[in-house]
Design a protein around this ligand. Structure first.
Ligand SMILES: [Zn+2]
Length: 183
C-alpha cells in the first residue's frame, strides 16, 4: 500500500502510517526499510538507514502522538508520559551551520532515524503549542483512522479525502435516501 500524505502536518502524516485497509487495520511500517522509505517519501531525508530498534522507537513515538491527538480532539488533557516522550525526542533535534563564501545556512541535522523522529516529535510539539491545534481532526468516517490539520478557509473539512471517505459517505447518504423513498 502507498503512504498517504494528506495530514498537512508531518506528525499527522506519521500517525497516518496506520490505515484501515481491506484486511482491517494495517501498519504500513512493516520493516526498518519501510521506515526508511517513509522518511524519504515524506521529504525528511533520503537514505537513512534504520534498524529494528529504530522501528520500535518510531512505533512508540507514533502511539504517543496518536494518543495525544485523540485526547486533544476530545478536548482532554494529554498524558504526562506522552509529553515527556515528545519532549525527550524533540530535544534531540540539532541544527547545523553549513556553507561558505557568505552563503551560509542553518538546517536540521537529519542523518539518522533518531534525527528524523526528533523532527516529527518537534513538529507535534509545535502543533500542540500553536492555535492550529484547534484545526486537528480525525476523518469523520467511522471506518477511517486518518488525522489531518484542517487548513481550509471555512474549517469544514470532514474527510481525509473526498476521493475515498468523502465519496463513500456521499454514496451511503444517497443510497439511504433512496431506501427511505422506497418504504
Ligand atoms: Zn478517511
Amino acid at each position: 500500500m502507498d503512504f498517504v500524505f494528506l495530514g498537512n502536518n508531518l506528525a499527522a502524516d506519521f500517525v497516518n502510517t496506520e490505515v484501515i485497509a481491506q484486511a482491517g487495520r494495517t501498519d504500513l511500517l512493516t520493516s526498518p526499510e519501510w521506515l526508511s522509505n517513509w522518511f524519504e517519501s515524506s521529504g525528511i531525508a533520503v537514505a537513512i538507514k534504520c534498524s529494528e530498534n529504530d522501528l520500535n522507537d518510531a512505533k512508540e513515538l507514533r502511539s504517543s502522538i496518536r494518543r495525544t491527538f485523540d485526547l486533544v480532539i476530545e478536548s482532554k488533557t494529554i498524558q504526562p508520559a506522552d509529553i515527556a516522550l515528545l519532549n525527550a525526542r524533540s530535544n534531540e533535534l540539532r541544527r547545523v551551520l553549513s556553507g561558505s563564501n557568505s552563503d551560509y545556512k542553518l538546517s536540521f541535522r537529519l542523518e539518522s532515524s533518531a534525527d528524523a523522529l526528533a523532527l516529527i516529535a518537534q513538529t507535534c510539539c509545535e502543533l500542540l503549542a500553536s492555535p492550529r491545534i484547534r484545526s486537528l481532526r480525525k476523518c469523520a468516517s467511522e471506518k477511517c483512522i486518518l488525522y489531518f490539520v484542517d487548513t481550509s478557509k471555512n474549517q469544514l473539512r470532514q474527510w481525509c479525502s473526498m476521493e475515498t471517505c468523502g465519496n463513500r459517505e456521499k454514496v451511503r447518504k444517497h443510497y439511504g435516501k433512496n431506501k427511505a423513498l422506497e418504504q
